[in-house]
Design a binder for this molecule. Sequence first.
Ligand code: ADP
Ligand code: MG
Length: 246
Amino acid sequence: MNLQMQIKALAKQLGLSNLATTTTVFTLEKGSFEDYLIKCLTEEVMYREKKSHERRLKQAQLPSLKTLEDFDTTTGAGITDWQINQLSTLSWIDGIYNIIFLGPPGTGKTHLALALGNKAVQAGYKVFYTSVDNLIHILKTQEISIKSSARLKWIRDCDLVIIDDLGYLPLSRVETNMFFRLVSGLYENTSIIITSNKDFEGWAEMLGDSALVTALLDRITHQCQVIGLSGDGYRRANHKDIFVSQ
Ligand code: ADP
Ligand code: MG
């Protein structure tokens, strides 16, 4: 076995995947053995970070990759550039703050939630995106589906959980209870983003149990930023007609 092969075999045993599998053979043109070692280890760290990012992006289940830079605040979206800059620092995740985006359909709630989720993945946080419907499905099937129980385990392990579209469909009492229990379990360790087209009174109506909603809001809004989006200007400016004017 030549030296390079020996290095690769040892690297494999140590779980240094990059060094074990790389086809480029590092050579020592100039510099010391320490330089060589630093090069190997740096490449290994970079490789691991890339793999970890890819894995986390996959697990985040973001339906599309939105960015904060693409969000237009000039048309009266209900959020300012300064606020977006503050959110983009992600310090609210470290402080375990929650964000609630409220507003009518099409005002950019999902866009902002996804963009923040994407940014958080880039920054190394563990993120999970789910619609309320899907979350209820996961909760209901946790006993019978390995996929659902694995998802729940991941959700509980995440730094940020995005729950999209609360309020489109009413939830049954059992579903509301499940939802409440999950969120209660999360709220001290995990930041939550919730988007909804209904205001808080609408939540009570839709979840059918005002005592539970009060308790839920108590927990979530303990450390929380509520952001109301309007986005009328954006919708007007980007309205596309199928009729071409003459
Ligand atoms: P909501 O979740 O509030 O119903 P979305 O975030 O799905 O709305 O927005 C609908 C579409 O309009 C998306 O493609 C989104 O990227 C875009 N959009 C909405 N508001 C803005 C905005 N202010 N700047 C850029 N794109 C926007
Ligand atoms: Mg949406």
